[in-house]
Design a protein around this ligand. Structure first.
Ligand SMILES: Cc1ncc(COP(=O)(O)O)c(C=O)c1O
Length: 499
């Protein structure tokens, strides 16, 4: 496909603007362009076709099955877009006075109440804009809590599982804590012996996803909570996998003190490519005084923003957070109503259906029923036919599916992490099973075809390191260096800065 600069022809225009008889502003000589900007010149139909062709190459949850484990790529109901586009929501200015934004404040307050109930905790802040920002905020709350008790110097260590998502250890480091990792036992639970040996009076808390990134619910979660609480430490619940347990079990009841919720996973937001997202946090009452300001509170029939929280950690995001995300999530939750648990039940059922139909052709590292996702291993294909998880993922694209998450969690070699979500019908699940089984059979009969996949995409296998480190984000006019060649060391650093 040609780049837009290659389609450009001098003098072509996609539109024409009327000429106004206005005086020309004086631009200082040193700021003036010497040459006109080299913008692409195309007619309107060419422009439309170019961008439509690019858009057609996109794969999204609206084009096909997207079983990206840990990401909950579910359908985003269109009615939510209608609701968030209502003028009263869409045109509201963040500085609108409170009397004129009662509806928006009420929506936020109600969403807080619902999330507190879903999590089994006492108070919620909607402010963080992503799960990872929720993690950092939660850890800052932990620090504020221990500082208030005079234990800030003593409680320096936060424990994570060896199955943890990369943002967990990153948030621990960013919040200024020391990181300690705990292993996984042979049933996919936290290794209790390892845990007991690592929790002491220096421990500030645990960060855990439950169900874990293996898609397994920790069978000893109450014992785990007791180990931390007995040591005076707190428990943080990474709610990225909340889609598995809504209305069934609550992190607060499991013993967790702080939870983040990925609104863009469990409660349906169009997401990917860095946004938009929402990562509210729910906390136990002892942590409420430290929550970010402003808090959305109810006074009788009225709602207001409360800035008067002397112990707050401050603000973590502009205004009240990503408001459009709140509206969509609220609409999604209210559409389910009291039957919200059906969402999680269907997600778990779909995952177990796939697991049951695939476990005889791919290795299953932990012999258990799964929650809303599961992890298989392509280790058997690698051993017998030299076919890796990456090869399986690339070949799935030829079958019209987005690949699952691969090589994560790190504790499973050749991992394929599959999350179907509740919004997929049986026919789609069956088609995915057929593709996965066909690939396993092809690994024995014609491994080279899998190794060369994808065959039906505009590009084959990219050099992913180079694509990340040497991303070419602007057109190389003839006088620019050839960015496709191997960089020298100095140039590589420049390229990383986006030069
Ligand atoms: C288990 C887990 N924790 C945390 C995160 C971070 O969430 P976010 O992408 O919203 O920052 C993710 C994201 O995929 C995740 O899967």
């Amino acid at each position: 496909m040609k780049l837009i600069f290659e389609r450009s022809r001098p003098g072509r225009r996609a539109g024409s603007l009327p000429r106004y008889d206005l005086s020309k502003p004086e631009v200082p000589e040193e700021l003036r362009r010497r040459t006109p900007p080299r913008l692409p010149e195309l007619s309107e139909p060419e422009l439309v076709r170019h961008f439509t062709a690019l858009a057609d190459r996109n794969f999204g949850v609206d084009t096909g099955f997207y079983p990206l484990g840990s990401c909950t790529m579910k359908h985003n109901p269109r009615v939510n877009e209608r609701v968030v586009g209502l003028p009263g929501f869409r045109d509201l200015h963040p500085y609108q006075e409170e009397e004129a934004s009662q509806g928006a404040l009420e929506l936020m307050w109600r969403l807080q109440e619902i999330l507190a109930e879903v999590c089994g905790l006492d108070a919620v802040s909607l402010q963080p804009a992503a799960g990872s920002q929720g993690e950092l905020t939660g850890l800052m709350l932990m620090r504020a809590y221990f500082a208030d008790r005079g234990e800030a110097e003593q409680r320096r260590v936060v424990i994570t599982a060896d199955t943890a998502h990369g943002t967990n250890p990153a948030s621990v480091a960013m919040a200024g804590f020391e990181l300690r990792k705990v292993g996984t036992d042979e049933r996919g639970n936290l290794d209790l012996d390892d845990l007991r040996a690592k929790v002491d009076e220096r421990t500030a808390g645990l960060m855990l996803t439950n169900p874990s990134t293996l898609g397994l619910f920790d069978e000893h979660i109450e014992e785990v909570a007791a180990i931390f609480h007995d040591a005076g430490a707190l428990l943080y619940y990474d709610g990225a996998n909340l889609n598995a347990v809504c209305g069934i079990s609550r992190p607060g009841d499991m013993g967790f003190d702080i939870v983040h919720i990925n609104l863009h996973k469990t409660f349906s937001q169009p997401h990917g490519g860095g946004g938009p997202g929402g990562g509210p946090i729910a906390v136990r009452d002892v942590l409420e005084p430290f929550l970010p300001v402003p808090a959305v509170v109810r006074d009788g029939d009225a709602f207001r923003l409360d800035h008067d929280r002397p112990q707050t950690i401050g603000k973590v995001r502009g205004f009240c957070g990503p408001f459009g995300v709140f509206v969509r999530s609220y609409a999604y939750i209210r559409a389910y109503g009291p039957g919200l648990r059906e969402m999680s039940e269907a997600a778990v059922l779909n995952a177990n259906y796939l697991l049951a139909r695939l476990r005889d052709v791919y290795e299953l590292p932990f012999e258990r029923l799964c929650m809303h996702e599961f992890v298989l291993s392509a280790r058997n294909l690698k051993r017998e036919h030299g076919i890796s998880a990456l090869d399986v993922a690339k070949r799935l694209m030829d079958h019209g599916f987005h690949p699952p998450t691969i090589y994560f969690p790190l504790v499973v070699p050749e991992a394929l992490m599959i999350e179907p979500t509740e919004t997929e019908p049986k026919e789609t699940l069956d088609a995915f099973v057929d593709a996965m089984r066909a690939i396993a059979a092809e690994a024995a009969s014609d491994p080279q075809t899998i190794k060369d996949a994808p065959h039906t995409r505009p590009v084959r296998r990219l050099d992913e390191v180079k694509a990340a480190k040497r991303a070419i984000v602007k057109y190389g006019f003839e006088e620019h260096p050839n960015l496709a060649r191997e960089p020298s060391t100095g140039e590589a650093i420049e390229a990383q800065k986006g030069a």
